[in-house]
Design a protein around this ligand. Structure first.
Ligand SMILES: Nc1ncnc2c1ncn2[C@@H]1O[C@H](COP(=O)(O)OP(=O)(O)OP(=O)(O)O)[C@@H](O)[C@H]1O
Ligand SMILES: [Mg+2]
Length: 348
């Protein structure tokens, strides 16, 4: 075929704006002690907690990160925040690759809220001195405005200025998490990574803290990554969901697509385990058969194959890449049978 016979190139597809934060092949390992017993068992002594993650977080969105305990969610969030070093891979933020040692100005813009607000607050500092120190060290506002800015921050999270002279121990769990959120917001971050921010709290205050995050997002234009075990919360709060299994993202989709048309057998298992409130006594099906393998011994081929109801010989040989659906560019899954009739769940 001559060049003249080639069809005219199609107009380039409308490009998505560059993501605010993205990870490419992000890998985090932990070296474990080399006990004689471990050596005798020929066990690997390097644990791959995050193992080649590709993920994009767009400006202004709320992205959920879900997956069983030990799948690497917290480690991924900590790596994005710069709290643990990368073994491999790259993090881009606002159009630039972040170096291993981040500048203060970049650290400030990516903040994390932890599960246990008590351990993340200094017990010896009052809320006022904690905020003042932070604002001064990071030059967030001129000295003369530290007081008024602190009061404004507390107002944003629903606390009055009487919180300023109080110590963390004087607050209830929910109030402490409000203080922790105020502290994260003090640095005027672009993105907040919230790691199970309500799972340590009393059920009665969980919703108020989640609603606070939702309102702050709307009010401040924050980008949010929410790690949660509670898929109902995720559905309520998040625009997209990324599903993690054994250190890797195995499915990503807009929230409603993920719930209505999950493609990875692991995602289907997680969704099947949600208790159905409408059916009395229905506790939800058991999540997924068996326990996840140890991240010290990640199965060859597809890492989910040892628990997968549709695994075939091919799954032992080939590690499926996170592949975009031909019909829906917002939906990706890492399963050989995704987006095909072969991967569809059996009827009934
Ligand atoms: N500092 C560490 N040293 C050694 N192993 C670690 C360390 N931190 C995490 N791990 C291991 O890395 C894996 C991933 O842990 P991580 O805490 O990221 O999982 P998670 O998805 O957040 O789990 P959970 O839902 O229980 O919070 C686990 O096997 C865990 O034991
Ligand atoms: Mg965790």
């Amino acid at each position: 075929m001559t060049a003249a016979a080639l069809p005219a190139p199609a107009a380039p597809p409308a490009r998505e704006p560059e993501p605010l934060l993205s990870a490419t092949d992000l890998t985090v390992t932990f070296g474990l002690g080399s006990s004689i017993a471990a050596r005798l068992r020929h066990e690997a002594r390097v644990l791959r907690a995050v193992d080649g993650v590709d993920l994009e977080i767009r400006r202004g969105e709320a992205l959920a990160l879900v997956g069983e305990s030990g799948s690497g969610k917290s480690t991924l969030a900590r790596a994005l925040t710069g709290l643990v070093p990368l073994a491999k891979g790259e993090i881009r933020f606002d159009g630039r690759v972040l170096p291993a040692r981040r500048k203060h100005s970049d650290q400030r813009r990516i903040q994390m809220v932890f599960q246990d607000p008590y351990s993340s607050l200094n017990p010896r500092l009052t809320v006022g001195s904690m905020l003042a120190e932070l604002l001064r060290v990071h030059h967030v506002v001129p000295r003369s405005e530290v007081g008024s800015f602190s009061r404004e921050l507390l107002g944003l999270v629903g606390l009055g200025e009487d919180a300023l002279p109080a110590y963390p121990r004087q607050f209830s769990g929910g109030q402490r998490q409000r203080v922790a959120i105020a502290r994260a917001l003090a640095l005027r971050p672009d993105i907040l990574l919230a790691d199970e921010p309500v799972s340590a709290l009393d059920v009665s205050v969980q919703a108020t803290i989640l609603n606070l995050l939702r309102d702050l997002r709307a009010e401040l234009g924050l980008t949010l990554m929410l790690i949660s075990h509670n898929l109902a919360v995720v559905r309520h709060l998040c625009d997209r969901v990324a599903v993690m299994y054994l250190g890797r993202i195995i499915e990503v989709a807009p929230t409603e697509t993920l719930f209505s048309n999950p493609q990875h057998p692991y995602t289907r298992g997680l969704l099947a385990a949600i208790p159905k409130l409408s059916t009395a006594g229905d506790e939800g099906a058991p999540a997924i058969a068996g326990d996840p393998p140890s991240p010290l011994r990640i199965p060859a081929g597809c890492r989910f194959r040892t628990r997968c109801p549709i695994a075939e010989a091919r799954c032992e040989q080939e590690d499926p890449a996170l592949r975009i659906s031909a019909d829906d560019s917002s939906h990706s899954a890492a399963c050989h049978f995704a987006f095909s009739a072969a991967g569809a769940p059996a009827a009934g």
